[in-house]
Design a protein around this ligand. Sequence first.
Ligand SMILES: NC(=O)c1ccc[n+]([C@@H]2O[C@H](COP(=O)([O-])OP(=O)(O)OC[C@H]3O[C@@H](n4cnc5c(N)ncnc54)[C@H](OP(=O)(O)O)[C@@H]3O)[C@@H](O)[C@H]2O)c1
Length: 214
Amino acid sequence: MKISILGTGKMGSAVGRQLAGCGYQVIFGSREPKANMERFSGIENISVKNYTEAASAANVVVVAVPWSCTLELLKSLENQLKEKVIVDLTNPLSADISRLVVGGDNSAAEQIASRLPESHVVKAFNAITADNFPKPDLTGEQAQVFYCSDNEAAKEVVRKLITSAGYEHKNCGALSNARYVEAIAMLWLQLAFWEEKGSQWSFKIVGDFEGAHG
Ligand SMILES: NC(=O)c1ccc[n+]([C@@H]2O[C@H](COP(=O)([O-])OP(=O)(O)OC[C@H]3O[C@@H](n4cnc5c(N)ncnc54)[C@H](OP(=O)(O)O)[C@@H]3O)[C@@H](O)[C@H]2O)c1
């Protein structure tokens, strides 16, 4: 299966490497494909193209760019992204990562969905850090990825990605719940970086959680 990942930074690379390692054909989108291809040379199943080519190349497209440039980039790719599953792992952070700049009654994922009305947006992977991502069993037990969307078929696609990456999937309902899923990532940053509680951990739902399909 082909997966396009927009952005070759810390998080895009971590997700792309992990999925390529499980046999997915990963196509990165980059502003500088040639320079970035060198970083991935010798890794099976990875190629790097420009953003338009990458967005065209797969039916599942992961958004892994800074929030500040996300909406503009996606607007420019609207035609390539029609009818596709868009996996949004962005967190709408301020430049100094001290706070969310979107929240309360809105979220990055909802803004992306408004910008791409003919795509199927799923929030996922935003509350695991790039450093921890290659280690889904970081704490000796399987870590979880929280995801939400209004499209059941798109959720099914993302459940498979989460499982392939080694994580347990936790269905957090409608896309509007991205407001709270994004806040979970902010809480992690607050605790790990600003309150120095370490970074080798992630949040987990325990107990009788009855989200359909977990
Ligand atoms: N880092 C984490 O642990 C983590 C965890 C969860 C979620 N996230 C989210 O994932 C997204 C990416 O974070 P990151 O840490 O991977 O960031 P990063 O290391 O700074 O990489 C972002 C990538 O976005 C691309 N990009 C495209 N247009 C850009 C622009 N105008 N300015 C800067 N970069 C641009 C660049 O790739 P090209 O140069 O190839 O175009 C760049 O490498 C963010 O929304 C972040 O909140 C990050």
